[in-house]
Design a binder for this molecule. Structure first.
Ligand SMILES: *Cc1c(COP(=O)(O)O)cnc(C)c1O
Length: 381
């Protein structure tokens, strides 16, 4: 029987355990230690981000963003429906109503054209998710946010080291949230980061991060005692997590290089099938770079997608579909305003992701590609 090819395999650079050992024996293993600060500085220097704060997850970073945007019960937040739960759950926790927006025709990202009519007097924030690390149309979304006085928040969970017209994703919003979950390009098991670009939010961000106290200022010697200043929670990870992450960041260029190589090989191999009109491959707008977070294809319909998944499973390759529109989820169905969102529905039904991880060997990838060819040739025979 042929070897099973998983969908993902977390990649270790080799230095993770070494740095964790250092963190453990440094005598400070709680949050905001040496490795935390090294990681935060890495992002601030490499991408010119505003203040960076490591968090225990992207989910937590988004919860911080909702607190910083001062979301109140009854406020409205516009977000795509084709996304992960955490994109909107953070705002629902503060009492917001989510006004879901549809995708672009050819890409799961928000369509700015469809966003503007959703903006009303109660709208407080707009959340842009860069699906597969491909930039949303940030120029138009930023213009909308500015015109209507909204917070622009980037869910950049998948968008590390990706750009819009040369400017890094995560630098456009008032705030941006990244993920280092083991399924992302750069990992720490669970982990995330909040980027606070808006100067006026930075001090409060640090307080919210430290349980609502100004402990960070106290440790820097800026105040002689610290106390309760605001709402907050324990959003900061142990320094051992940051130590793991730092080993990954040191290898970021190599990780990205290998992922792009794999992505390009998929594109080259499967392009002829797209030219015959048998499937759709990812379409990148001219302003967006590719950080090779994900390689997906779009089938003709749900039945074909299910046949494809069965065929791959029987061939011992793990391919997986992705999001189910949040406006149709068990939790939100009754709260949604009833507008159909048909473009997202097509991605719900037809999108499939192929294995993509650093250690995917060339021979393994060739096997995946041969299977995709065999399936679509049989479908179109
Ligand atoms: C992975 C992901 C998240 C959640 O990240 P965690 O670090 O697991 O909390 C949120 N939004 C999107 C778009 C994601 O892909």
């Amino acid at each position: 029987m042929s070897e099973r090819i998983p969908f993902n395999k977390p990649y270790l650079t080799g230095k993770e355990a070494h740095y964790i050992y250092q963190a453990v024996y440094s005598g400070k293993i709680s949050g905001n230690g040496q490795f935390t600060q090294r990681c935060q500085r890495f992002f601030e220097e490499r991408y010119g981000f505003g203040k960076c704060l490591l968090t225990t997850s992207c989910t937590d970073a988004l919860e911080m963003a909702a607190l910083l945007a001062d979301i109140q019960p009854g406020d409205e937040v516009i977000a795509p429906t084709y996304t992960f739960v955490s994109t909107v759950n953070a705002f629902v926790l503060r009492g917001a109503r989510i006004v879901f927006a549809d995708s672009q025709e050819q890409h799961p990202n928000l369509d700015p054209e469809l966003v503007e009519p959703l903006i009303g007097p109660r709208t407080k924030a707009l959340v842009a998710v860069h699906y597969a690390g491909v930039a949303c149309d940030m120029e138009r979304l930023a213009a909308l946010a500015q015109k209507h006085g909204l917070f622009l928040i980037e869910d950049a969970a998948q968008a590390i080291d990706s750009f819009h017209d040369g400017r890094p994703l995560g630098s456009f919003g008032h705030m941006a949230a990244f993920s280092f979950h083991e399924t992302k390009n750069i990992i720490s098991g669970e982990g995330g980061m909040l980027v606070v670009n808006d100067e006026s939010l930075r001090r409060r961000a640090e307080i919210i991060w430290e349980k609502g106290t100004n402990r960070a200022e106290f440790y820097r010697g800026e105040v002689n005692k610290y106390g309760w200043k605001d709402l907050g929670s324990s959003f900061l990870p142990s320094d051992t997590i940051a130590a793991f992450l730092f080993a990954q960041l040191e290898n970021l260029d190599d990780i990205q290089r290998r992922r792009r190589e794999i992505w390009d090989a998929y594109q080259r191999s499967l392009e002829p099938l797209e030219r015959r009109g048998w499937l759709e491959l990812p379409r990148l707008p001219g302003y967006a770079t590719n950080n090779a977070h994900m390689f997906y294809l779009v089938c003709r319909d749900l039945a074909q997608r299910d046949r494809f998944l069965d065929f791959m499973r029987e061939s011992r390759v793990v391919a997986v579909f992705h999001y189910l529109s949040l406006h149709e989820s068990d939790y939100y169905r009754d709260k949604h305003d009833g507008r159909p969102l048909p473009r997202a529905a097509r991605f719900n039904d037809c999108l499939v992701r192929l294995p993509l991880f650093y250690e995917l060997a060339q021979a393994q990838q060739e096997r995946v590609c041969a299977l995709v060819h065999r399936f679509f040739e049989a479908e179109n025979a």
